[in-house]
Design a protein around this ligand. Structure first.
Ligand code: NAD
Length: 463
């Protein structure tokens, strides 16, 4: 049994789910395979109807699901509503765009009629982390089901409860297994799994990629980030910008893949920046009960995360915002800004996933670009300047999957563009057109010259 406590009050048990044994994983994959055989020949309109009904069912339960997500993850209620609401929006976005994305493409020339099909893979294994379990699972489930695959999702044992409810609301050829690395490995290593979609840390990603590689199973990996936020020498430190930057750093207690995790400021402006940043934290950062009104930051996910986060508060640092929580009854970490740590400090070189952020002074644009591009992670980044031309020119040279200008990590933007990192932040893309086509493989029929399609395939395409 996996039992989940409330990170804000760890004496309170939120719920539990049965842990799936490796034998049960095998049976569930076989059942998903049987479902896939039927689902892949179901017309696409019927497949999309399942997603529409799922979106409605989730929306109807939004209030209750948001409270459950907040209680199992410690994220503030508004963020949980935002995450689940965004998952509903994404489901509907997939319904709108899937038919065109998976339609046949044809080429008719003197060699004959070429029909390029988008076919499902079979059973897709979706392995997801705890920090945004609903949206990160939906980014895999929705396009994979729309394309005609069956899906077996394995959420993190640290946040299995809300997704378990949501999987049941969607139904169809979607299955769920519960457990940690062992259940994940049994799933990824299963012979009937034809595609793996993983979101998580670099170590887990490496293990999953190795297993998938051994079986030559194609995989999508969305991994960790150590996003820099670079304030160029003309960046205004106005209240609105500073408020955005503080929340880009501390939303979800810094446990966001694309949080601003390293702040770079011209050395001559470091003192002014620290003052402006602390003032912004006083305005917008309130640590406390994630279900309470006005609270903008809750606890971290676990006792281990609390210990690791507290250990990062060293050297010259400032406590930030209003702290109204008990570190002895909940996994709270006091948010802090560490000023000028060593560039070799793990707080700078690795992903902290905690509410402790470093600010580093730099002396020239070329020096800061080298610092930003150092290391193996390249998920997101941001650049801040009064001169947007200059900011975009800098952004072009940043080694990251995406770079924001004068903001950082605005989720609403992600439906417009593919999301994913470079270097060890992963491969594959989610969201946008690329996020749909990841779950369909291209197969080609070479029909003879003069052939004309006479019927429609079960998927709704011409035959
Ligand atoms: P994690 O890698 O520990 O776990 C992710 C999932 O993989 C969990 O379901 C876990 O049980 C499973 N898993 C772990 N090891 C495994 C193994 N050897 N075999 C099979 N399954 C295994 O990550 P986490 O702590 O849950 O999440 C935090 C990490 O996720 C951070 O690094 C964060 O940056 C990253 N993340 C990335 C994105 C993105 O889109 N790039 C989004 C959110 C989080």
């Amino acid at each position: 049994m996996i039992t989940r406590e409330n990170p804000a009050r760890f004496a309170e048990i939120v719920g539990s789910v049965a842990e799936t044994s490796p034998n049960e994983v095998d049976a569930i994959v076989w059942s998903a395979e049987a479902a896939y055989r039927r689902w892949s020949v179901t017309p696409i309109d019927e497949r999309l109807a399942l997603l529409t009904a799922g979106a409605e069912a989730i929306e109807d339960a939004l209030g209750e699901l948001s409270v459950l997500l907040s209680r199992e993850t410690g994220k503030v209620l508004g963020e949980c509503r935002g995450e689940i609401g965004f998952a509903v929006r994404y489901l509907r976005w997939v319904v709108t765009h899937a038919t065109a994305a998976y339609a046949d493409q044809t080429l008719d020339d003197e060699l004959g009629l070429l029909i390029q099909q988008r076919k499902p893979y079979g059973v897709v294994a979706a392995i997801t982390p705890w920090n945004a379990p609903v949206i990160l699972s939906m980014l895999k489930i929705a396009p994979a089901l729309a394309a005609g695959n069956a899906v077996v999702v394995k959420p993190s044992p640290l946040a299995p409860l809300t997704l378990d409810r949501i999987a049941r609301l969607i139904g169809g050829p979607l299955r769920i297994v519960h457990g940690g690395a062992e259940a994940g490995a049994a799933l990824v290593g299963h012979d009937l799994v034809r595609k793996v979609a993983f979101t998580g840390g670099v170590a887990g990603g490496r293990a999953v990629a190795a297993l998938a590689g051994d079986r030559l199973t194609p995989s999508v990996l969305e991994l960790g980030g150590n996003d820099p936020a670079v304030l160029l020498d003309d960046a205004p430190f106005d209240d609105a910008a500073m408020d955005r930057l503080v929340m880009a750093t501390f939303a979800s207690s810094g446990q966001v893949c694309t949080a601003a995790k390293r702040l770079y400021v011209p050395v001559a402006r470091l003192g002014d920046f620290v003052d402006a940043y602390r003032a912004a934290a006083d305005r917008v950062l309130v640590t406390g009960d994630p279900l309470a009104d006005g609270v903008t930051m809750g606890p971290v996910i676990s006792a281990a995360a609390q210990e690791a986060g507290a250990a990062l508060r060293r050297g010259r640092f400032h406590d930030l915002g209003i702290f109204d929580a008990d570190e002895k009854t909940g996994y709270f970490v006091r948010p802090a800004l560490v000023v000028s740590p060593s560039t070799r400090d793990p707080l700078v070189t690795a992903e902290q996933f905690a509410p402790v952020a470093p600010v580093l002074g730099y002396t020239s644009e070329s020096a800061v670009l080298a610092s930003v591009n150092a290391g193996e992670l390249g998920l997101g980044a941001s650049v801040w300047s009064a001169d947007e031309q200059r900011a975009v020119a800098f952004a072009r040279r940043v080694e990251a999957g995406f770079c924001f200008v004068n903001t950082h990590n605005r989720t609403g933007m992600s439906l417009r563009a593919p999301f994913g990192g470079v270097k060890h932040s992963g491969w594959g893309r989610e969201y946008a057109h690329e996020g749909l086509t990841e779950y369909a493989q291209t197969c080609v029929i070479h029909a003879p010259a003069g052939y004309r399609p006479a019927a429609t395939s079960p998927a709704g395409n011409p035959m």
